[in-house]
Design a protein around this ligand. Structure first.
Ligand code: AMP
Ligand code: MG
Length: 269
């Protein structure tokens, strides 16, 4: 698995062609082995979260992007389970409204950055402002094209102030999306998840792919890297995301804070 992880990382300034990546890829991992590895990863995540919470000096920000039905919600459900709810904050980003619309596009994002000690999960993010906004010409190119640089600068400021950032692009094929839409239509339990807009958005598939490719090339930095997760197989997606989260937290080298007093001297009745 470790070997696979480095292959999922987008190196800075690298031109990515998504057509060269197989969304079915499982990097040699077998499904029957994945259950146990996932279980171990979730256990380790919980320990690392405890350290982060106790240290309370740094935060982890996890960004999830992907086309409709790519599995953003499912990833949160399966990978973040086992974390202490007190130390996690999930923020979904929808079409901006109200106060959000009356501010610059990063305002609502900065506001949702996790506090020190916490893990923040963005279900969509500021990247929508170079994705949906670009695909539908919601602002002119002269505006969205500057945002790659602005986003890198914004993320750099966060990173320099104790926020470790890791970004996942969940990559599914167009066929897989059709399959998942169909399931949403066929299964009464899933009907609510289907939005007529999803079908409309699907017709912009190629434009989205191009926007995703530019996002990956422009905004995968050493400090805030993008990973492309082949996500047709949900079990592999969960495994890969959990593994990268564990490794990211491990590299932060978090340790428990020193006790506030010499605990050996404390007596009470
Ligand atoms: P969902 O994630 O399915 O709840 O859908 C949220 C919708 O909000 C998606 O269609 C996003 O593309 C859209 N959205 C999120 N952020 C923005 C943004 N900054 N501008 C326009 N649409 C957005
Ligand atoms: Mg949706």
């Amino acid at each position: 698995m470790d070997h696979a992880i480095s292959q999922l990382l987008v190196p800075p300034n690298q031109k990515i062609r998504l057509a060269d990546i197989d969304p079915d890829d499982t990097h040699g991992v077998k499904k029957e082995d994945s259950k146990e590895i996932l279980k171990q990863n979730l256990k380790r995540l919980s320990v690392l979260q405890y350290l982060l919470y106790a240290e309370a000096r740094r935060a982890l920000l996890v960004v999830l992007q992907g086309i409709d039905a790519a599995g953003k919600d499912g990833t949160i459900r399966h990978v973040m389970t086992g974390l202490n709810p007190q130390g996690v904050r999930v923020t979904p980003f929808k079409v901006p409204e109200g106060e959000e619309k009356r501010h610059d596009y990063l305002w609502r994002v900065h506001n949702a950055v996790p506090e020190y000690g916490q893990i923040g999960i963005f279900n969509r993010s500021h990247y929508e402002d170079v994705l949906v906004v670009r695909v539908h010409n919601l602002v002119p190119e002269s505006v969205w094209s500057e945002r790659y640089r602005q986003i890198n600068e914004f993320e750099r400021i966060l990173e320099e102030n104790g926020v470790t950032i890791v970004k996942f692009f969940l990559y599914i094929s167009k066929d897989e999306q059709a399959k998942r839409f169909r399931a949403r239509l066929d299964d009464k339990q899933k009907n609510w998840k289907f939005s007529p807009d999803d079908v409309k958005e699907r017709s912009y598939w190629d434009a989205y792919i191009k926007a995703f490719e530019d996002m990956l090339r422009e905004c995968s930095t050493r400090r805030a890297p993008w990973y492309v997760i082949p996500a047709n197989h949900k079990w592999f997606r969960n495994l890969a995301v959990s593994q990268i989260l564990v490794e990211t937290l491990e590299t932060m080298k978090i340790s428990l804070p020193k006790p506030a007093a010499d605990v050996s001297k404390i007596r009470f009745e």
